[in-house]
Design a protein around this ligand. Structure first.
Ligand SMILES: *[C@@H]1O[C@H](CO)[C@@H](O)[C@H](O)[C@H]1NC(C)=O
Ligand SMILES: *[C@@H]1O[C@H](CO)[C@@H](O)[C@H](O)[C@H]1NC(C)=O
Ligand SMILES: *[C@@H]1O[C@H](CO)[C@@H](O)[C@H](O)[C@H]1NC(C)=O
Ligand SMILES: *[C@@H]1O[C@H](CO)[C@@H](O)[C@H](O)[C@H]1NC(C)=O
Ligand SMILES: *[C@@H]1O[C@H](CO)[C@@H](O)[C@H](O)[C@H]1NC(C)=O
Length: 355
């Protein structure tokens, strides 16, 4: 009888343990085995983090002869791939589309791993008329341009924005006026638009070195100056111009360090907005992730750079075809070629430079 009771107790205990561990797996808290694997990996660190939007952009790196794969740690719906690029220890991680996924993934990478520098790469739209499809752009500054204060109809640039006096919003960065993009209104003496104006806003940031809950603001985030200096040396790198034996660009793409890039949760395929943001902000690459990676690295005081290959003209090309359909694989390959060369050129003293 006592024996039977013991067996029942043991079963209850087992079931409880299973339920507890299942509960752990099902919600966000990390299982002990994962924490242990992370600690073990960190004992071999530090690593250079390579943050990549999707598999389409990661595959050419996985396939590169410069990459050697080691172990994998999966958690929070993400896969952290350990290995080396040009013999330097790296962690590769895919974010998924757009600003929220990019921020979450970068934060997980920096919070859990001994990853002191971050390289972000992928493909992008191009707003700069001086650059071409297949070119690689490496901006000095990045901003998130999807945080807006949308002004009510009837108010204009002289009117204070809602909550501006609290320091929540600003008119310093500038605005987009919808009425400026009216077409087929030639017969009207004047025209207006109920959508009125949207004002670009800086992000609230909470630096790791600051006081928790005390916000700062940031719009343009610089990349690491040390990394940027290395990127400048890549100008002469030879890039691919063909996607296969028969389809080629009629020029050789180049590597360019540029002034600025922007990101937002917006897939841009519109010529009018493209020329507006180029005139307003002098931006080259336009994408959906980099500014998030930049903001998280800025808050975490971690060196960062982004390398984006231009796959389309963000709406500035021909009306019928979006060039991304044809040249996105070429752009992804060129981005990887530049990332590999960049890592090769990083001296070990510079690997985890903080500036
Ligand atoms: C690597 O390239 C080969 C040949 O192009 C392809 O079949 C394979 O799917 C690629 N692997 C990855 C991980 O992209
Ligand atoms: C709207 O168009 C006018 C006239 O071309 C121009 O002066 C003004 O800068 C434009 N405003 C914005 C916010 O784009
Ligand atoms: C970096 O790479 C470029 C292009 O491959 C090369 O020309 C340059 O000499 C390299 N610079 C350093 C410091 O290794
Ligand atoms: C090369 O790529 C183009 C565009 O995707 C395609 O139309 C063509 O059939 C391809 N040619 C070869 C030889 O694979
Ligand atoms: C970032 O870290 C470096 C060295 O670890 C330090 O010198 C620097 O002041 C920090 N920057 C900020 C903004 O806290």
């Amino acid at each position: 009888m006592a024996k039977r009771k013991a067996v029942v107790c043991w079963l209850v205990l087992c079931v409880t343990v299973i339920m507890v561990s299942n509960a752990r797996d099902a919600n966000g808290a990390l299982p002990a085995a994962t924490l242990k694997a992370i600690a073990k990996a960190n004992a071999d660190g530090p690593y250079l983090g390579i943050v990549i939007p999707n598999l389409f952009e990661m595959n050419p790196l996985l396939n590169s002869s410069s990459y050697k794969a080691a172990e994998i740690i999966d958690f929070a719906g993400r896969r952290f791939r350990f290995g080396t690029v040009e013999e330097k220890k790296v962690i590769l991680v895919m974010t998924g589309l757009s600003v929220i996924n990019a921020a979450i993934t970068t934060q997980l990478l920096l919070s859990f791993f001994d990853g002191k520098g971050v390289i972000h790469y992928g493909i992008a739209g191009n707003a700069n008329p001086a650059l071409r499809i297949g070119d690689v752009a490496i901006p000095l500054y990045w901003a998130h341009t999807g945080l807006w204060n949308w002004q009510r109809y009837g108010q204009g640039p002289e009117d204070e924005l809602a909550f501006e006096s609290d320091g929540d919003y600003t008119r310093k960065i500038g605005y987009l006026r919808f009425a400026n993009y009216t077409v087929k209104a030639a017969a009207c003496a004047s025209h207006d638009n109920l959508l009125n104006n949207v004002w670009y806003q800086s992000e609230e940031v909470f630096p790791v070195t600051g006081t928790p809950e005390e916000r700062q603001h940031a719009f343009w985030i610089p990349v690491s100056y040390a990394y940027f200096a290395v990127a400048r040396q890549l100008k002469g790198l030879k890039l691919e111009s063909c996607i296969n034996a028969t389809t080629c660009l009629n020029y050789t793409p180049s590597v360019n360090t540029v002034f600025r890039g922007i990101s937002a949760g917006i897939r841009l395929d519109n010529a009018a907005y493209r020329s507006f943001i180029y005139r307003k902000f002098q931006v080259s690459p336009v994408d959906m992730e980099t500014a998030s990676v930049a903001l998280v690295c800025h808050q975490q005081n971690t060196s960062f750079i982004a390398i984006r290959a231009l796959s389309d003209l963000a709406g500035g090309g021909s009306a019928e075809s979006n060039e991304a359909d044809t040249f996105s694989s070429l752009a992804a390959d060129n981005a990887v070629a530049v990332v590999v060369e960049f890592i090769k050129n990083l001296s070990s003293s510079m690997l985890y430079w903080q500036d």
